[in-house]
Design a protein around this ligand. Structure first.
Ligand code: NAD
Length: 331
C-alpha cells in the first residue's frame, strides 16, 4: 500500500476531459502533472484554468506520469491506451473501452503483462441512486431501462448502443451476475448514418429478462430503471437521483412508520400483508469524482477498482452483439 501521491495526467480535454482535470486538481493524493490534447489551444485553455501544464506531445506527458485518464473520442482509445501502458502508466479509459473487442482484449493482456490497472468510465455504477440499492437483497427477474437524450454531435462517432446503451448494459451485467443467454434487438437510423434508437431484450441464463431502450433522438433526457422481483418493485431515476421501493411486507408493530400504499391489509400467501413504500435516502455525490478517487486509491492499493477493464470489455462484447443484430435486422 502506498501513501505518496500518484502523478496523473489527462489526454483529451474536451467536454468530459476538462472535468477529469478539475477533479484530479482536488482529489487527495492525485498530483496533476499536465494535460495533452491534439488541439493545443484547447489544452492550454484547460491547463490554465486548473494551474497545470499543457504538453505539446503525448510522450513528454506520459514519461512524467504514472497514471492517465484517456478522454478522447472512442476511435483513439486503443492506440493511446497502448502507448500509455507501454510507458508503464495505469489507465482510466472513458467508456466504451475501445471500438472493437480485439482492441479491448489486447489492452487487457498488455495491462496484465505490465502489471498496470485499467479502469473504465462506466460512471452510472457510481450513481448515488443506484448505490442506494446496495442494502437490498436484489434478485431481479425483470428489468426495464430507458435512456433517452436529445441529439448532440458528441458521441455520434459510435452507434447509440456504444454511446448510451453501454451504460445500461454495464449496470445490467453488475445487477444480474449470470451470463447472457439470448439477445433480440432492433434499431433505426434517424439523424446519423449509424443507429440512433435501439431496443434490446436480453435473456440471462438464470431466467432474468431485461428490456433496454436507448435513443439519442428525444426531446428530454431520461434515465430510468424499473426492477421487479418477488415481493419487490424498485424504480430508480438516475437523472434526478431518486430511488423508490415498493415491497409486499408482513404487518408488524415496528412497521407502523412505513408509509403504506394500501391502508387495508390484504391476505397474501396465508398472511396479512401490506404494500410498503419507501423513498430511499440518496446522498448526492459527484460520480466522476468518486470514480477517479477510486482509480487513485486502487493504484495506491487502498481500494479495488469498481469498474475494471474486464467489466468494460464485457459490456462492450454485449453491446457489439446487440449492434450486430440490429445491423442484420436493418439490412
Ligand atoms: P469531445 O469531442 O468533447 O472531446 C474529445 C477531445 O479529445 C477533444 O478536445 C479533441 O481535441 C481531443 N482529441 C481527439 N483526438 C485526440 C488524440 N488523438 N489525442 C489527443 N486528444 C485528442 O468528446 P467527449 O464528449 O469529451 O468524449 C470523450 C470520451 O468520453 C468518449 O470516449 C466518450 O464516449 C466518453 N464520454 C463518456 C461519458 C460518460 O458518461 N462516462 C460522457 C461523455 C463522453
Amino acid at each position: 500500500m502506498r501513501n505518496d501521491s500518484i502523478k496523473v495526467g489527462v489526454i483529451g480535454v474536451g467536454h468530459l476531459g476538462q472535468h477529469h482535470v478539475k477533479h484530479y486538481a482536488s482529489i487527495p493524493n492525485a498530483e496533476l502533472i499536465g494535460v495533452f490534447d491534439e488541439d493545443y489551444e484547447r489544452a492550454k485553455t484547460i491547463a490554465n484554468s486548473y494551474g497545470t501544464i499543457a504538453f505539446k506531445d503525448i510522450d513528454s506527458l506520459i514519461m512524467k506520469t504514472e497514471a492517465v485518464s484517456i478522454v478522447t473520442p472512442t476511435k483513439h482509445h486503443a492506440k493511446i491506451s497502448e502507448q500509455c501502458l507501454l510507458k508503464n502508466n495505469h489507465i482510466f479509459i472513458e467508456k466504451p473501452i475501445t471500438k472493437t473487442l480485439e482492441e479491448a482484449d489486447r489492452l487487457l493482456l498488455l495491462a496484465e503483462k505490465k502489471h498496470r490497472l485499467i479502469q473504465v468510465g462506466h460512471i452510472e455504477r457510481l450513481n448515488p441512486a443506484l448505490i442506494a440499492l446496495n442494502s437490498f437483497d436484489l434478485n431481479p427477474k425483470f428489468i426495464e431501462i430507458q435512456r433517452l437524450a436529445p441529439y448532440t454531435t458528441r458521441g455520434t462517432d459510435v452507434p447509440v448502443v456504444l454511446d448510451l446503451m453501454i451504460h445500461d448494459i454495464d449496470i445490467l451485467l453488475a445487477l444480474v451476475a449470470f451470463p447472457v443467454k439470448e439477445i433480440n434487438a432492433t434499431g433505426l437510423s434517424i439523424l446519423t448514418n449509424s443507429v440512433d434508437i435501439a431496443h434490446a431484450r436480453i435473456n440471462f441464463s438464470n431466467g432474468t429478462v431485461a428490456s433496454v431502450l436507448s435513443s439519442r433522438i428525444a426531446k428530454d433526457r431520461q434515465r430510468k430503471i424499473k426492477l421487479f422481483q418477488k415481493d419487490l418493485y424498485a424504480t430508480i431515476d438516475l437523472l434526478i437521483g431518486s430511488t423508490e421501493i415498493y415491497k409486499v411486507e408482513k404487518i408488524s408493530e415496528k412497521d407502523k412508520s412505513i408509509e403504506t400504499l394500501m391502508t387495508t391489509p390484504f391476505n397474501y400467501e396465508g398472511e396479512k400483508k401490506i404494500i410498503s413504500y419507501e423513498k430511499l435516502n440518496v446522498i448526492p455525490k459527484d460520480a466522476l469524482w468518486m470514480e477517479l478517487e477510486n482509480f487513485i486509491k486502487s493504484i495506491q492499493g487502498k481500494e479495488t477498482p469498481i469498474v475494471t477493464g474486464k467489466d468494460g470489455r464485457d459490456a462492450l462484447k454485449v453491446a457489439l452483439e446487440i449492434q450486430d443484430i440490429i445491423i442484420k435486422d436493418i439490412n
